[in-house]
Design a protein around this ligand. Structure first.
Ligand SMILES: [Zn+2]
Length: 890
């Protein structure tokens, strides 16, 4: 017999909770398999609920229930009904204290939701629905309660006992036990609850808020990692200052704590006053962490800190509003990172991620709106759409309102909803009020899935000296809605026109709302209809339009640029994003030409305009080196697959390699000169200047190794061995290990073996070692992955290891993953089946690459579908995996 198929939950069915829990008292006695959790909940009937029923239904899962009582009166099992996922109590009074005692087994909890053990410490992850694995509760974000938590454990093994809020009491107990009581004065939903017990050390600092309150800051880690916390602490202090300066938001408790945990499903979690972090998002040190790692720590620390207001003080009414806290907070952390480093580089990196990954999600079977209308398992909706597209949507509101009105809107939103559970509509209505404008046409961005396509055509009339642009917007069919039933989007188009002597003054004549910048060479058009025509006057010759400056809307822009137009944009536009994008489009068109030649069996040739443009970039000393590196990086195979109707993985790979090798060979001298002329910084700092230089240097090294010149293979090996920071060391390791040339093999083998010898005691560095090998080319890739899965350092219960090895293989080694013998698909399916039983969240996430089967040729489609079907037959299939598979096969 098979379980009934899990069913979907709908936004339209939302009802207020039947009861409210004003106060929550929790008492934990920590034990690996018998942790005793006692709760006293002060409950009353919700005056806003229209139900007549006196039944209370609490969520709960995997709890060994010991006792239930109401106002001190013990209930027997005729008074309540215990089901697999809930506890029903009939005939509860209007107001009462419910006391429940249960036993849970943290050491057996491999799902990493609820209370679990990571190595020797106890920790929790409750978002979205993990709290119900700790105790029976109304585990939904619109039930806010004031928590008091006492944790009891062995004094020697678990000297540090933490929970949310401020510590109010502690002391010794018999049998070498001790306790600490924490009180959080701010009512919060259960998903923000946290508890930690462990033998941890901490670094301490303090921060004085704008109103003069001193806040204790503590980062808890294992003793061996104490030397890797300084960057996170500095990032935390910068974030606290920034949120005061830019948003007027001050921290509210007396203490702010971060705890680093090895086994963690997500990046980090914003539990009130006690953030729990995946070690990969908090530990950083020059010798062990790359520049990208340092930037990630800064961004994630900021993101979780910013949630204290956008997420905790104002939380979500239900999980359909997830983007209310995530989209807004990602926008906030992106702006913070832009202020800390290079604004243009940050913007390009975000746009690049969105176009390669989120657009693919939007075009696939799991496409969903930023505000989804339904889900089976909410864990599947922690997606690029909800986070990154959600942030782009908030950014567009910022563009439409301007910085000042946006800030007023944000103040109004926080003021009005403080201490409440809000909706996306509450957020937008505050913005409408502050901006004095109606945003109803804007809501399509929240309600419709899919990436809108904006096709633009131009015509120039020399006698009237008019230049006209016609904009046509459409949005493809997605699982929830047909193309023709979709409403148009309000699309802000930031643009300018380039003439032969630079930017032209704009005099638009149109029915479209627009705003002009002070120097009148830049404007933002607000498109609202399927089609618009905009005419520019007094134009003496056909210009080159610079469209979607700063990636002003997450759309697929279509304009028929010639290679020469693209070179004009690359070299003359004053918007960094447009320059980068023009360069990418030039690369794409050159790669497409090579692909076409390969498919026709012709000898491919590489358009010399690309190498000329690249030469101009490498030799230009005035451009930001980080931008040069980004522009010289060819579009990824993933992006090239994403923009293809049917992705021919092997041709894409060969064409990209041909273009890359051509650039490497024809510009070898320039790459070498630039490589040698860039400075070396003996004192490592993770600042924008140093990061930019290292990124260009290692980009040059990549091209130089691609020439397979023994001199450069040797120099890469020297850099590998002498590097004093992980950025340079791992860059050298990657270029050698990923080189397809046989001359690189010996270097690659030595470097990989030395790397493991050197770093085997650093788990996060070992993850990099797994990833590089997961991405190595060659026929034996699948066998290599299988043997690495048996390696002493691999552990399938640790999500970071799974992502580093299996995730890197399936996502970043397309040629081997899509091997036409199906071996890559089989490997992934086996891993998903294993994880389904232990950690369904990670299982569902790993499944992603298989769900994109429609992108490939018929043979691969069949192989991928077969693996999906075989997973679907697994006994005990989790809700998480069921939802992804059934949507993908639908
Ligand atoms: Zn978040």
């Amino acid at each position: 017999m098979r379980d009934a198929e899990p069913s979907a939950i709908y936004l339209k069915d939302y009802q207020v909770p039947s009861h409210l829990i004003d106060k929550t008292h929790l008492h934990f006695i920590l034990h690996p398999t018998k942790t005793r959790v006692s709760s006293d909940l002060t409950i009353r009937k919700n005056p806003d609920a229209d139900t007549k029923s006196n039944e209370l239904i609490l969520h709960g899962q995997d709890i060994d229930l010991q006792s239930v009582s109401i106002d001190g009166r013990q209930l027997d099992d005729r008074d309540y009904q215990l089901e697999a996922e809930c506890l029903r109590i009939a005939n509860v009074p209007e107001q009462f204290v419910l006391s429940v005692v249960g036993l849970i087994a943290p050491a057996d909890n491999t799902s990493l939701e609820g209370l679990y053990k990571s190595q020797s410490m106890y920790c929790t992850q409750c978002e979205a629905e993990g709290f119900r694995k700790i105790t029976y509760f109304l585990d939904r974000p619109d039930v806010l309660s004031e928590f008091t938590t006492t944790v009891v454990a062995d004094k020697t093994e678990f000297p540090v006992l933490l929970s949310n809020g401020n510590p109010i009491k502690s002391g010794s107990l018999d049998d070498n036990m001790h306790f600490v009581t924490w009180h959080d004065p701010f009512p919060k939903p259960a998903y923000l609850f946290a508890l930690v017990g462990g033998d941890l050390e901490c670094i301490q600092d303090s921060f004085t808020t704008t109103s003069g309150r001193a806040i204790d800051l503590k980062i808890y880690v294992e003793e061996k990692d104490l030397d890797k916390c300084d960057h996170a602490m500095a990032s935390l202090k910068s974030s606290m200052r920034w949120d005061e300066d830019v948003y007027g938001r001050e921290y509210d408790l007396d203490i702010f704590m971060i705890v680093a945990v090895d086994d963690f499903n997500m990046g980090a979690m914003e539990n009130k006053g006690l953030n729990i972090f995946n070690t990969s998002c908090v530990l950083a040190k020059a010798e062990t962490t790359t520049d990208a790692g340092f930037q990630r720590v800064e961004a994630v620390v900021a993101h979780e800190y910013f949630h204290n207001w956008s997420g905790n003080r104002v939380t979500c009414r239900d999980w359909f509003q997830l983007s209310l806290k995530e989209g807004f907070t990602v926008f906030r952390d992106a702006e913070f990172s832009a202020d800390m480093g290079s604004r243009t580089v940050k913007r390009v990196e975000d746009a690049k991620l969105l176009r390669a990954m989120q657009f693919a999600e939007d075009a696939g079977p799991l496409a969903h709106p930023v505000q989804p209308a339904s889900f089976i398992e909410i864990s599947n909706f922690y997606t690029l759409t909800v986070y990154e597209k959600g942030a782009e949507v908030v950014r567009m509101i910022h563009t439409l309102l301007g910085a000042e009105a946006f800030r007023q809107g944000s103040d109004l939103y926080f003021e009005r909803n403080d201490g409440k559970a809000a909706t996306i509509e509450d957020f937008v209505s505050s913005m409408e009020e502050a901006g004095g404008r109606d945003l109803s046409k804007f809501m399509s961005w929240y309600h419709q899935a899919g990436t809108p396509k904006l096709a633009v055509t131009a015509d120039y009339n020399s006698s009237s000296r008019e230049y006209a642009l016609t904009f046509n917007q459409t949005c493809p069919t997605t699982p929830e809605c047909d193309s023709e039933d979709k409403k148009p989007y309000l699309i802000p188009v930031a643009m300018g026109l380039l003439g032969s002597n630079g930017p032209l003054s704009l005099v638009p004549e149109t029915d479209v709302d627009f705003s002009l910048s002070k120097n009148d060479t830049h404007c933002v058009l607000e498109l609202t209809q399927p089609q618009h025509r905009v005419v520019f006057k007094d134009i003496n010759a056909p210009p080159v339009p610079s469209l979607m400056r700063g990636f002003s809307a997450p759309v697929r822009l279509q304009f028929d640029y010639s290679p020469d137009d693209l070179i004009t944009l690359m070299t003359q536009d004053d918007d960094g994003f447009t320059r980068w994008d023009a360069c990418q489009q030039l690369c794409v068109s050159v790669i497409h030409e090579v692909e076409a030649s390969l498919q026709q069996g012709k000898e491919p040739s590489v358009d010399s305009r690309l190498s000329d443009a690249a030469r101009a970039l490498i030799t230009n000393q005035n451009l930001d080196p980080a931008m040069v590196a980004l522009m010289l990086t060819l579009p990824s195979e993933g992006y090239l697959a994403e923009i293809a109707t049917t992705a021919n993985i092997d041709t894409i790979h060969s064409a990209r390699e041909i273009v890359r090798n051509h650039l490497a060979a024809s510009l070898k001298t320039e790459f070498a000169e630039r490589f040698d002329s860039l400075p070396y910084f003996p004192e490592y700092e993770a600042n924008a200047v140093q990061i930019a230089v290292r990124s260009l240097k290692n980009c040059c090294l990549g091209y130089l190794v691609a020439t397979a010149d023994p001199v450069w293979l040797e120099r890469a090996m020297t850099q590998y061995r002498t590097a004093t920071n992980m950025t340079d060391q791992s860059a050298a390791l990657s270029v050698l290990a990923l080189s397809p040339d046989s001359k690189a093999v010996d270097y690659s083998v030595s470097a990989l073996s030395e790397f493991y010898q050197q770093w085997q005691s650093e788990a996060l560095v070992v993850n990099q070692w797994f990833s590089v090998q997961a991405m190595q080319p060659g026929e034996k890739a699948v066998d290599r992955i299988r043997s690495l899965m048996q390696h002493e350092a691999f552990n399938i219960n640790n999500p970071n290891k799974v992502r580093a090895l299996i995730g890197a293989f399936a996502n970043n080694n397309p040629v081997c993953f899509h091997n036409s013998d199906g071996s890559g698909y089989r490997l992934l399916a086996e891993v998903v089946k294993k994880l389904n039983a232990t950690n369904p969240q990670i299982a569902a996430r790993m499944l992603g690459p298989l769900t994109k089967w429609r992108k490939y040729d018929s043979k691969r489609r069949e192989l991928m579908q077969a693996e999906l079907n075989s997973i679907k037959q697994t006994v005990g299939l989790s809700k998480d995996v069921f939802e992804v598979i059934s949507k993908s096969l639908a």
